[in-house]
Design a protein. Structure first.
Length: 552
């Protein structure tokens, strides 16, 4: 009795229904050799580039080199227990990390494993480390600020939500402090922060965690830590892990900030991996795709439009320079990827300027779009005054006699520079920044001795909080200075100056100081209407006549 074709097809369909493709999809290979975190694997004919590979004893790796007769893979973690002949299986998956609200307040390694001793992290979702960056159509322009709480940055180099702003400088110039101040200042601003520590020693990372804990910032912060003692593979994937954790919140329509401290060490780790993978070295021994290493990371920062959730991911990468050389390979790469840079200079740091911000080459390509209207109104004059001050100061050191206008600009510039100095981990709220900068640019501190500017500022802020809280509240609420609010602020400053004992204060932008008693003020030879050097303004005081000194 023969079997009909219909019965055969029914049996085949039934078998296919119960068929588990995962059982046969795994390709098997064997380790040929291991060393320096790299495994050479024979077999794995169907392995794909970037695929997650499973090694014995719950160890994983990434297939990076697909060669003719073998696969070279990077082992994620310790590899001393792996030996020649061990089996390796493909997984058909990309490397993923756990994401979600449960990670907030925790310190984890780049694989999402907690290292803070507070028990396991019970997350419900994972996301791949590598993702295609959002397209142009899904984005919108940067239009809301990330307040760092640092007066010099918020006024002159503003950051926007969805921006990529590079922080660059030598060692020990305050780069990490800028990141921590920014994170601390986000308290109550609905911004989830991810701090990625790459290649730092464990003690430094512990100090960062303790600082954030002391300032109440761990309640909205995730720390991803790849210490200097970790294998190069974990230092390589750490920024992508932090970015994936931040992207989760962006996709939920929330705001996130990723701080990468620092990408120079990630480039070093990638160079180490590339050389051990036998990839050809290029400039400074970096592989040819080192630009793509950082561009595919930083391009994922975006401000999404309303149709795609309206969330944002802001990136603050850090690059360490050698002897202020911003023209080296990695610095120029990252400068060309980002939307501006905050340049911290060691000379300014050693001179006591904290933050050691070089306004000349620091820039934000988003600019005023990332500022509130109140900050724009007071910041424009500040940048102009400081630019004029730095230009004049370079020439004034060689001049023996200066005209009145030049002296006024130098005096105001010195006071504004002093006003921008700030202690670490003490971010300043927006309303207080606006009030203080307004006082500086409108000439209200021109009579305050330069050495007393910091004391004046502290006393003025205390006065506003206790005597004029309505002014600060209105600035915070309206985020703009109208005529009425400007008058109220001006009156508050005038009242405080009277109490503080500042004599001769003025709200005129360029007040002219009186001439000294023993010599006349030199005339300004600027080509203005024909006043001679011995005109009416230059008559000496009614003293005993003196013969004019011969000029040397």
């Amino acid at each position: 009795m023969g079997i009909s074709t219909k019965e055969i097809s029914e049996v085949i369909k039934e078998r296919l229904k119960d068929f588990d493709a995962t059982l046969v999809a795994s390709d098997v290979g064997r380790i040929v050799a291991t060393g320096d975190g790299i495994a050479q694997i024979y077999g794995l004919q169907n392995a794909m580039a970037g695929e997650l590979l499973e090694f014995p004893h719950d160890t994983y790796g990434l297939a990076l080199n697909l060669e003719e007769d073998q696969v070279r893979a990077v082992i994620l973690g310790e590899y001393g227990h792996l030996h020649e002949g061990d089996e390796v299986h493909t997984t058909g998956r990309l490397l993923e990390v756990p994401v979600g609200e449960e990670l907030i307040g925790r310190v984890v390694n780049p694989l999402g494993v907690p290292i803070d001793g507070k028990g396991p992290v019970k997350t419900k979702k994972t996301m791949p480390l590598e993702k295609i960056a959002p397209g142009v159509i899904t984005r919108q322009r940067v239009d809301s600020p990330v307040q760092t709480g640092i007066k010099a940055i918020d006024t002159m180099i503003p950051l926007g939500r969805g921006q990529r702003e590079l922080i660059i400088g030598d060692r020990f110039t305050g780069k990490t402090t800028v990141l921590l101040d920014t994170i601390i200042n986000q308290k109550g601003k609905h911004l989830i922060c991810v701090y990625v520590a790459i290649g730092q020693n464990a003690a430094s990372i512990a100090r960062v965690a303790a600082t954030l804990e002391e300032n109440g910032a761990m309640g909205y912060t995730i720390i991803v830590a790849a210490t200097a003692s970790e294998p190069a593979s974990l230092n390589f994937i750490a920024p992508y892990a932090g970015c994936a954790m931040g992207e989760y919140f962006m996709e939920q329509g929330k705001e996130a900030l990723c701080c990468y401290d620092d990408l120079t060490k990630q480039a070093w780790a990638y160079r180490e991996l590339s050389l051990t993978l036998r990839r050809p070295p290029g400039r400074e021994a970096y592989p040819g795709d080192v630009f793509y290493l950082h561009s595919r990371l930083l391009e994922r920062a975006a401000k999404m439009n309303k149709a795609h959730g309206g969330g944002s991911l802001t990136a603050l990468p850090v690059i360490e320079t050698q002897a202020n050389d911003v023209s080296a390979f990695i610095p120029t790469n990252v400068i060309s990827i980002t939307d501006g840079q905050i340049y911290l200079q060691s000379d300014l740091f050693n001179a006591g300027q904290r933050p050691a911000l070089n306004v000349g080459i620091s820039v934000s390509r988003v600019g005023g779009d990332a500022q509130t209207k109140a900050m724009r109104q007071v910041a424009g004059q500040l940048r102009l005054d400081l630019a004029q001050y730095r230009e004049l100061a370079a020439f004034a050191q060689f001049a023996s006699d200066l005209d009145t206008a030049t002296r006024n600009q130098l005096e105001r510039g010195a006071r504004l520079t002093e006003l921008l100095k700030q202690d670490k981990y003490q971010p300043v709220p927006l309303a207080e920044q606006v009030a203080v900068i307004y006082a500086g640019t409108q000439g209200f501190i021109d009579k305050v001795p330069t050495a007393k500017v910091k004391d004046w500022e502290a006393a003025f802020v205390r006065f506003l909080r206790s005597e004029r809280p309505g002014v600060l509240d209105t600035i915070e609420e309206k985020k703009a200075l109208d005529d009425n609010l400007s008058e109220r602020l001006k009156a508050a400053i005038s009242t405080f100056n009277h109490q503080y004992g500042v004599e001769g204060y003025s709200d005129v932008p360029d007040p002219a100081p009186t001439a000294s008693a023993d010599r006349p003020t030199p005339a300004t030879h600027s080509g203005r209407s024909g006043t001679s050097p011995h005109g009416g303004e230059e008559k000496p005081k009614p003293k005993a006549p003196r013969k004019p000194k011969a000029k040397s």
